[in-house]
Design a protein. Structure first.
Length: 146
């Protein structure tokens, strides 16, 4: 029988207050989340979440992405974007890709650079078969700005 994992994703928008961190910890334990992908992480207080390992990718702008896993889950081949806006890791042959893209009309060029350069770099670093890679990159680079 196949294993079932609970995976969640959450943009925490730089939250740092102890009360909010406590709520996140409680949510993860109560919902029995196995893997959680976090975006807009600004600090390393997440290491205090009981029973979880933390894989940080804080970028040059002091914001980034993080993957937390239950202690018994070992991620492999962790790849990080220097900007902190994306990371990928493999667990039992399944690739987890965690990104947060620039938003807002004022950031159009930054957003285009992210999708056309950074995200393409991250996805190309993953070991896919070539036909899947071509389809995926065309979809990402060509489909988001129509």
């Amino acid at each position: 029988m196949a294993e079932i994992f609970k995976i969640a994703t959450l943009n925490i928008n730089g939250m740092t207050a102890d009360g909010i961190m406590g709520m996140l910890n409680e949510f993860m334990l109560k919902q029995e989340i196995d893997i959680i992908l976090l975006q807009e992480v600004t600090h390393t207080d997440l290491e205090s979440i009981r029973g979880y390992k933390t894989h940080f990718n804080i970028g040059i702008n002091k914001r980034g992405t993080t993957i937390l896993t239950k202690e018994e889950i070992s991620l492999k081949n962790i790849t990080r974007l220097p900007s902190g806006r994306g990371m990928a890791a493999c667990y039992q042959g399944i690739w987890l890709v965690n990104i947060y893209a620039p938003s807002g009309t004022a950031n159009r060029q930054e957003r285009e650079d992210f999708y056309n350069v950074e995200l393409v770099y991250l996805l190309k670093s993953l070991p896919h078969n070539d036909s899947w890679r071509r389809f995926q990159l065309r979809t990402v680079a060509g489909g988001l700005y129509r």
